[in-house]
Design a protein around this ligand. Sequence first.
Ligand code: ADP
Ligand code: ZN
Length: 720
Amino acid sequence: MVYHGAMNAQTSISMDEARQVLGEVFGYDRFRSPQDGVIAQLLQGGDALVLMPTGGGKSLCYQIPSMLREGVGIVVSPLIALMQDQVDALRQNGVRADFLNSSQTAQQQREVEQALQRGELDLLYVAPERLLMPRTLAMLEALPIALFAIDEAHCVSQWGHDFRPEYVQLSQLHQRFPHVPRIALTATADQATRLEIIERLALEHAQQFISGFDRPNIRYRIAESQGSAREQLLRFIREEHPDEAGIVYCLSRKKVEEVAAWLQKQGLKALPYHAGLSNELRQQHQQRFLREEAVIIVATIAFGMGIDKPDVRFVAHLNLPKSLEAYYQETGRAGRDGLPADAWMSYGLQDVITLRQMQAGSTAPEHIKRIEHHKLDAMLGLCELTSCRRQALLRYFGDELREPCGNCDTCLEPPQTWDASLAAQKALSCVYRTGQRFGVSYLVDVLLGKQDDRIERFGHHQISTFGIGSELSQSAWRDLYRQLIAHGLLSVDLQGHGALQLSEASRPVLRGEQPLHLRKISPKPARAKDSRTRSKHHLGSGDGKLWQALRECRQRLASEQGIPAYMIFHDATLAEMIAQRPASLVEMAAISGVGQRKLDAYGEAFLDVLQQYPPGDAVPASDTVLETLQRFRLGMDVAAIAAERQLKASTIEAHLASCIEAGELNLDEVLPIPEEKLAEIRFALEHHSDGKALKGAFEALAGEVSYGVLRLVAASMGER
Ligand code: ADP
Ligand code: ZN
């Protein structure tokens, strides 16, 4: 079925038709809230303002009405680099889409314009500056337009961090096309920005669809770094996200380079991305991230705006972001497909000091400085929190979550608190007695009563706080200082030497008038124990190989066309194939994410893969089998493996047989025997043996073929 959008009587388009497109083109069976409401509004010719979290499903809100209404839907987006991907993804579903931007040659642009004029497009993506050119506007005025979709609408906000001057000019659309419905969409807009969007885009009559900000599939985890943060990161990736795509954020270019190189050395596909790299290299790394499986990008915040990859399984921060806005935006790049994803962060004393110093050294005007201060406090507050992180995050953005979420580290492993009043008094007092001129290391040495030249030179071995801190370890005191800085009881000097000074807020604590309860540092960094099983919850035992095989099939089809793997099918669609095991094209069509075009193009290929792995057939490989398999892959033969492992040759053969059965090895890799001989053995197995009992075949072959060989051949024959 082709949707050419040539519906004449606009008012008669019903939601039933929209549902039909949803199923046949996109392969989904129902709208998510509020998609249906938004679509109904546009089909009726009204305007809409849509605020939905990342991954909520904004695109369908304008794509489906563009296909159903007469004319072409114009999508305004600032993200030129993304347009090709958006168009490719739509074409995979058989939607007639294209884009116009400065990355195209004049010839390419002409071709798109001609297609447009012939009414061959349902969707056209354009950059705002392009759209606003008098020539483009004049061309569009002569054509039927289904709607204008203004994506990333918060770019009109002069106070936001993504301001685009051209966006302000988009109010023209309302004047020049008064009867064309407009929809503005964003994932990041507080109340003030929302009002600005309405005013600047003249959307006073738009129906508003405001969803919460919550991203329930993202698990928030913040760990105090203990020892090396990189090691901690490596452990996290290896244990919880092996072979998965992720983003690691660092503050500086230097650190990006270091971390990427180090992860590469550990055998991971990690690529650096920062503003200091050539354009070409950045482009290349981004492409690999999008197109290959399991690439990890190590980046400064320069990476990410407009990254539309749905299957980013984790976002890790090796440095503290400057604000909760930045944290939420960066972590929001995980799990757009709605499957479980991790937002993981490691932070330590040095992070806190660096950020406090940057803030102290800020040359911004006083009122901006106050805002910066407030933002950093909120970020540090989130780190030191002992209650649900999601509740706090959402509250910051003006969204209320009634109950603790159950999917953040503080919910999963509630941190203990302790009465730190006395220890804090000692720590603060030590700052005071040493003249508010020293950094954490020195202060801790004084508290612990360390013999030290410097301390003696300053006479600090004679002050009252010298040696009064033996009840805590060195690292516990450092943690305490970090918390005192984070809570704003201590400030960091302007000169950047890391000297601590008492703040106003510290007085009542110092005088013992205000008790202080702090988060107890857990001996082991918080870890989501069930995370691994959770992210693969759709896989039964033995399904791992099928999962791998489906991913390989997807990768092969994607490489042939030079598109990212997720454009063939999302992870969620593959997972559903494993759960449902469709055995025919009809059953395949019922899988979420399989529309008509993809069913025609890829259905058979995936059915083939599924048939190779019937349910329950795959043997869960035991460690000992894997040991054998590894050695075999290294080129050792049965006798050598048996000798090295001190096992019987027949045991090794049994291991290899189970690998063949599970599809890990092909028979000819293990047993190089002539085809005729093989046919003879197969014949004997088929006619003279029963199930696993090989005796009949052994005798039929007059004992010339060993049981070991028989077992290997039998394994290659599957269900007999
Ligand atoms: P956003 O632009 O809001 O970040 P997208 O439009 O990219 O979100 O959609 C996020 C994901 O959700 C995509 O993988 C999309 O295919 C999927 N999706 C959207 N609507 C539906 C639906 N009604 N049913 C199932 N999946 C959907
Ligand atoms: Zn929680």
